[in-house]
Design a protein around this ligand. Sequence first.
Ligand code: ADP
Ligand code: MG
Length: 359
Amino acid sequence: MRGASVSLTGLEKSYGRVMAVAGVSLDIRSGEFLTLLGPSGSGKTTTLMMIAGFQTPSAGDISIDGASVVAMPPYRRNIGMVFQNYALFPHLTVCENIGFPLKQRGVPKDERARLVGEALELVHLPDYGGRYPRQLSGGQQQRVAVARAIVFKPRLLLMDEPLGALDKQLRENLQLEMRRLHAELGVTCILVTHDQDEALTMSDRIAVMNDGKVAQIGSPEDLYDRPSNRFVAGFIGQSNFLPGVVCGAENGIVVAKCEGVLVRAMTSLRPAIGTKVTLTIRPERLRFADRVVEAGPTVNRMGVIVTEAVFAGERCRYLLKADDGTSLVLKEASSAAVRRRAVGQRTAIAWSVADTILV
Ligand code: ADP
Ligand code: MG
């Protein structure tokens, strides 16, 4: 099976004065696993509901495989759906629940039994067909919900926080299972989540949403290593922010003065000299540099004082204060061989120019 391609063009939805979705344009490729990631209220569910057909756009267009579906009722769009609170029918067995969309589509009984059996195998629950939902764990119920969403072989699967109610271990197992299912079925998946780890683990690409708009779209590596704005840098992973003033730029590298220290950063922009900018660096990309590391074309360096030191098992986390007063977080893999830093110690940090991004 080939998954559907989906295009959103200038999609908007307003409720009175609230712009829930404020102009979203996205092209989702056939067979892609795309995640809409963003804080609560950023318009993720509303976007998904418009694709499903349960909400009508105020403006813009949605097309599936090149044909607009805006005027098409939900049942004709042939989309599979899994929601956090999209409960199973409590009075139907697992088999009857999974067979429900087939019955709705008038699939004959024998064929239905065969397809339900296949779907149960796919979600690794072959022996659970006769049980009722209340006789299943939360994770098993969600797997039945997934089986029900894929049993009629939709080319597009929409999932809204499907693992939100489950504990961490189970979530992580199911995330891997969903990836496997996605690869096996070739179905295009659009997942909604507010959980960045889930988005990074599962997605081919992530569209980060904020205030009804897409703040950035890209692969997990793109978003983590090259955030294009401060919102994305702060929402995905942890980031340090250094304020500075541009004093030179060439070949995609900008030199900024951050309170007396020259810092080089990567940029696709050409900011004018004198522009106030913010540079961002991930805490685990900073390292202590006791021996004198000279700052140069590929390395930045700055003097700091350790103001807090926390041992957190696999990592040590340090709070540092730069000479100008800016606070920075540095994370270091812990090792019995590495001497821990004491609060009050004056030292220096160094980090790669490639890990310094202008946002
Ligand atoms: P998310 O799924 O990212 O948490 P939603 O799409 O549910 O966000 O909501 C986006 C915004 O639209 C929020 O401010 C929410 O309060 C508002 N909203 C959503 N649905 C409705 C509705 N039916 N009526 C009025 N406002 C709504
Ligand atoms: Mg939501």
